[in-house]
Design a protein around this ligand. Structure first.
Ligand code: ADP
Ligand code: MG
Length: 268
């Protein structure tokens, strides 16, 4: 694989189980450089588990993980920080440190990884907060912020080292539609202006359709559909259709269909 032109991240036949539960059953995924890949699927299907394999927070039971063409799943824990520096991770809970100011939260990765003087740190922090549309909030406590602002601070922190890949785990969950859309716009802006590759895990289809270059749907441990937003809008696989439509009975429908079409009939 050519490291420069190939996918920036690649998963090959990745499988993972916890106890008796087989969460990933041989997942293949390629992240095209500079594009945004969206992963959708029901709650509990392994979307967060999948993301964690990309940054070595979980190791696969089987299969391989590559970053820039280099196999990384077998790396020693000591070698992972060098790989992880290329990633920004917006965790599902957006976990900010509540004992720190906004400025110190955003500065945290800089202090961990770079040797900059305080003036340079202040400058980078201000620049990244500006990028997410928050000026002059450095000295505030995180508790003083709204949910949407907290997400944006977490995002500023995730991108502060200018990573190549940003992983967004449910970035719009818990936000009202207007604030959710601000986050969608930011994901697009960061990708365009900073040429970042993004991976967005979501079950918010408005967000998926807005930010995705490619969408993959995870279902019972496997990808059952992959394509563009338009492919998903016009999907024929009932499991995909019911998920996209937010059908309350999607689980029942999926179960009924399993016997008819175990692999899904949808491959654009
Ligand atoms: N560290 C872990 N130990 C045990 N089970 C886990 C762990 N992480 C995730 N799981 C289980 O794996 C399944 C998939 O979880 P997750 O990836 O968080 O789902 P989601 O698609 O909602 O992000 C769930 O059943 C969850 O309980
Ligand atoms: Mg999750």
């Amino acid at each position: 694989m050519n490291a420069k032109n190939g996918p920036i991240v690649e998963l090959r036949q990745v499988s993972k189980h916890f106890g008796k539960s087989e969460v990933l059953k041989g997942v293949d995924l390629q992240l095209p450089r500079g594009r945004s890949t969206v992963i959708i699927g029901e709650s509990g299907t392994g979307k967060s588990v999948l993301l964690k394999h990309m940054v070595g927070l979980l190791r696969p039971d089987g299969g391989e993980v590559y970053f820039q063409g280099q196999r990384v799943d077998q790396l020693h824990e000591k070698q992972w920080p060098e790989i992880r520096r290329h990633f920004g991770f917006l965790f599902q809970m957006g976990a900010l440190f509540d004992s720190m100011t906004v400025g110190d939260n955003v500065a945290f990765p800089i202090r961990e990884h770079l040797k900059l003087c305080e003036r340079e740190i202040e400058q980078v922090v201000a620049e990244k907060l500006n990028l997410v549309g928050l000026d002059g909030v450095q000295s505030k406590w995180t508790a003083e912020l709204s949910g949407g602002q907290r997400k944006r601070v977490a995002l500023a922190r995730a991108i502060v080292l200018e990573p190549d890949v940003v992983l967004y785990d449910e970035p719009t969950t818990g936000l009202d539609p207007v604030r959710a859309d601000t986050i969608n716009d930011l994901i697009i802006k960061l990708q365009k202006e900073l040429h970042m590759t993004s991976v967005v895990v979501t079950h918010d289809m408005t967000s998926a359709f807005k930010v995705a270059d490619h969408i993959h749907m995870l279902h019972e441990g496997r990808f059952i559909a992959s394509g563009t937003a338009d492919d998903f809008r016009h999907a024929t696989d009932p499991r995909v259709r019911s998920f996209v439509a937010g059908d309350a009975n999607s689980n029942n429908n999926a179960r009924k269909l399993e016997s008819v079409s175990p692999d899904g009939g949808y491959a654009p």
